[in-house]
Design a protein around this ligand. Structure first.
Ligand SMILES: Nc1nc2c(c(=O)[nH]1)N[C@H]1C(S)=C(S)[C@@H](COP(=O)(O)O)O[C@H]1N2
Ligand SMILES: [Mo]
Length: 207
């Protein structure tokens, strides 16, 4: 299938067109949601293998296997924050517990206020893709995505929603929030896939 890709992220290096950012700025669209543990649940729905919806409470999700991943953050607006250790639940662990139907090709990642981002299933199951609760050993702060954010180290950071609440298994690709608004459907920073006008046939659904 097509070109090779870099689903194993390079680390501690600036992708083309990026500049080094010190510190850790806060970047997102809209307000910071308030966390209400009693109302929070993590949902896996859409084309699941058993046709059922799978839900975890905050407490249950926190009991899933914990792992850490070293990864940089590349914002499409051209700054990169290098060197962070993310701790949380590997996306693969979620996929193993709530497997997709065999014909699932993509995942929509859903966050508070309807924010979403679409991923190929291979991006989601990449070894380093992680639902992070911690960064550098500390709980995430509210503005950085507490209680949970997705980190997809080999893609631009918008592909990793903060305040994530679940995933939808899809049997066809569909654009998420920024992907509908002019950003690239795949978003590989090493190929500078920033904008949808750069897409080649096969990179995404028709606009
Ligand atoms: N829910 C949500 N998650 C989001 C965004 C957003 O607008 N909403 N923006 C993304 C973008 S563009 C970036 S660069 C990173 C920024 O993460 P940070 O604020 O922790 O640096 O969050 C990503 N996750
Ligand atoms: Mo970004």
């Amino acid at each position: 299938m097509g070109q090779p890709d870099s689903r194993h992220a390079k680390q501690n290096e600036l992708p083309p067109g990026q500049r080094l950012q010190r510190g850790w700025p806060v970047t997102h669209y809209g307000p910071v949601p308030k966390f209400r543990p009693e109302r929070w649940e993590f949902r896996v729905f859409g084309a699941t293998a058993d046709g059922e919806k799978h839900c975890w409470t905050h407490e249950e999700f926190g009991a899933l296997p914990y792992a850490t991943v070293l990864a940089d953050l590349h914002c499409v607006t051209k700054f990169s924050v290098l060197g962070a250790e993310w701790g949380g639940v590997p996306a693969r662990a979620v996929l193993d517990l709530a497997p997709p139907a065999p014909d699932v090709t993509h995942v929509m990642v859903w966050a508070e206020y309807g924010f979403s981002s679409n991923l190929r299933i291979s991006d989601f199951t990449a070894e380093q893709t992680i639902f992070a609760t911690h960064r550098d050993g500390e709980l995430l702060t509210a503005e950085h995505g507490f209680p949970l954010r997705l980190v997809v180290p080999h893609l631009y950071a918008w592909k990793g929603p903060k305040w994530v609440r679940g995933i939808e298994y899809m049997t066809a690709d569909r654009r998420g929030f920024w992907e509908e608004r002019g950003y690239h459907n795949i978003g590989d920073p090493w190929r500078e896939q920033r904008y949808s006008y750069q897409e080649e046939p096969g990179d995404g659904p028709e606009l």
